[in-house]
Design a protein around this ligand. Structure first.
Ligand SMILES: Cc1cc2nc3c(=O)[nH]c(=O)nc-3n(C[C@H](O)[C@H](O)[C@H](O)COP(=O)(O)OP(=O)(O)OC[C@H]3O[C@@H](n4cnc5c(N)ncnc54)[C@H](O)[C@@H]3O)c2cc1C
Length: 468
């Protein structure tokens, strides 16, 4: 019999923790999971899922307008924020229930509790100050929003509060240029809120392909979002009716609501990691090896708390791989390269693979038998209405195995039409096969496109199943 209360104790019931607990229990481990707030974690409770419901809501305005071009007459539509929020909350409660029943069916013990580490095998659980021991501890505590350190910062909300506002403000100023900032700007703009996006760097979406950044920035402004780059907040004052947001360049902007979407940081403070001897990185993240093991042999970490690729499917993959490795006798190393990313702005963008980061990677690619292709086109669905958006598709391929002459197809695909793809989401996959330096694969419908270097590429395009 084991000397420990559990084989595995998981701290945090979000995407990574829940998957790890369920799979480990399936491998026969005795598992407990502690969640201090709500099962499902950031993604389900105050991240991807509620955000996408708001994104869908924000796109109906376009649909009502477009419908006229197709012969429909629609009486003046009106929108009610409290109805949307109540329905969103009901859906989240339903999903939370599914997470709970999945864990229960797998035989996992669920603790509605905050857990802190006391040493390499011991945890303290609150309320009740219970001490629990486990052979293996998995830390999956996720991350939290980073706040700007400026006077009056307390007046601003973050994405956490944005999902629970009692009413829709007339105007909003969102600080940040990452995907969460851009997505919320699109949501509020679509719902008729006068929206300003303010970002300290010259261009939004740092780290994304240059062409995508320019394209999206242009499209957001065309939709009426005021995108202010190279601008920083100095302070926020509460006036009678508005907040006055002072910028460092001397300008002041009046807004009904201010929101920070200025990044996230790993949730590692105050959970006893120091006591257990776990090493942290510069951003406070838990440092782990390829199999998610920390500097302490019995302690592992997955998901946002490790600050690798902070996305739900990655946290789930890491949690699954951890459980298979440690309890399923199937060592798995998660590959963090080529993770597809979608930004649910309007228009939305999706990307995977090599990016043109200001020309630097583009040059590497050229040396690496790479090919890139960009196509701008208009969607058919907009043919009968004054078109607002164009689709930008950008394909890039890199030869990864010269010996075999086979290339891994890397694709950056911009699906820029929110009105259509918002509800009929699908991923298109283009496959490029390279033989020696030449791209020779076939496009399913036989299209050919000329590459910059003169080579012709034909690629396979297939529609995969709808994304969740
Ligand atoms: C607004 C927003 C939108 C997003 N949109 C997307 C998207 O579209 N696509 C995508 O892939 N990703 C998206 N993300 C990111 C995604 O939500 C995270 O990458 C994912 O949730 C990480 O999972 P995790 O298991 O690491 O942590 P989390 O899901 O954050 O779960 C951690 C859990 O641990 C709990 N916890 C923390 N400390 C303790 C403790 N001491 N004891 C007990 N419990 C504790 C927390 O309450 C939380 O429930 C979004 C995030 C935000 C904020």
């Amino acid at each position: 019999m084991s000397d420990f209360d559990y084989d595995l104790f998981v701290v945090g019931g979000g995407s990574g923790g829940v998957r790890a607990a369920r799979i480990a229990a399936g491998h026969g481990a005795k598992v407990a999971i502690a969640e201090e707030y709500r099962l499902g974690g950031t993604c389900v409770i105050r991240g991807c899922v509620p955000k996408k419901l708001l994104v869908y809501a924000s796109r109906f305005r376009d649909d009502f307008e477009d419908a006229a071009g197709f012969g429909w007459s629609v009486s003046t539509p009106s929108f009610d924020w409290p109805t949307l929020i109540a329905n969103k909350d009901a859906e989240i409660t339903r999903l939370e229930g599914l997470y709970r029943s999945g864990l229960e069916r797998a035989g996992v013990t669920i603790l509605q509790a905050r857990a802190e580490l006391a040493d390499a095998h011991t945890l303290t659980v609150q309320p009740g100050n219970r001490r629990i021991t486990a052979k293996i501890i998995l830390v999956a505590t996720g991350g939290r929003p980073t706040l700007l350190e400026v006077p009056g910062a307390g007046h601003a909300i973050t994405s956490n509060e944005a999902f629970h506002m009692e009413s829709l403000p007339k105007s909003i100023l969102i600080a940040g240029g990452g995907y969460i900032a851009v997505e919320f700007a699109s949501i509020f703009n679509g719902l008729g809120v006068d929206t300003t996006l303010i970002y300290r760097a010259p261009k939004i979406l740092r780290g994304f392909d240059e062409e995508l950044r320019d394209h999206l920035s242009e499209e957001l402004q065309k939709r009426g979002i005021d995108v202010l780059c190279d601008a920083e907040i100095a302070s926020i004052d509460k006036g009678w009716l508005h907040y006055n947001v002072a910028l460092k360049d001397g300008r002041t902007i009046e807004t009904a609501k201010a929101m920070f979407a200025t990044g996230r940081q790993p949730n590692t403070k105050g959970i006893g990691l120091e006591a257990a001897g776990v090493k942290l990185g510069d951003n406070g993240e838990i440092l782990v090896d390829g199999q998610s093991r920390s500097s302490v042999e019995s302690i592992y970490a997955v998901g946002d708390v490790t600050d690798r690729v902070n996305l739900t499917p990655v946290a789930i993959r890491e949690g699954h791989a951890f459980a298979d490795t440690v309890f399923g006798n199937k060592p798995v190393t998660v590959d963090h390269e080529l993770v597809p990313t979608a930004v649910f702005s309007t228009p939305e963008i999706g990307t995977v693979g090599l990016h043109d980061l200001g020309g630097v990677r583009a040059q590497d690619m050229a040396a690496d038998h790479a090919a890139a292709l960009a196509v701008h086109q208009q969607l058919h669905e907009h043919a009968l209405v004054a078109s607002r958006q164009r689709v930008l598709e950008r394909l890039e391929a890199r030869l990864v195995d010269v010996e075999l002459g086979i290339a891994l197809a890397c694709l950056s695909l911009v699906q820029a039409d929110g009105a259509d793809l918002g509800r009929r989401e699908y991923r298109r996959r283009h496959q490029l096969v390279v033989h020696r330096d030449r791209l020779v694969a076939e496009h399913r419908v036989g299209e050919g496109m000329t590459l910059a270097d003169g080579d012709r590429v034909r690629f396979t395009r297939s529609v995969t199943s709808p994304t969740a």
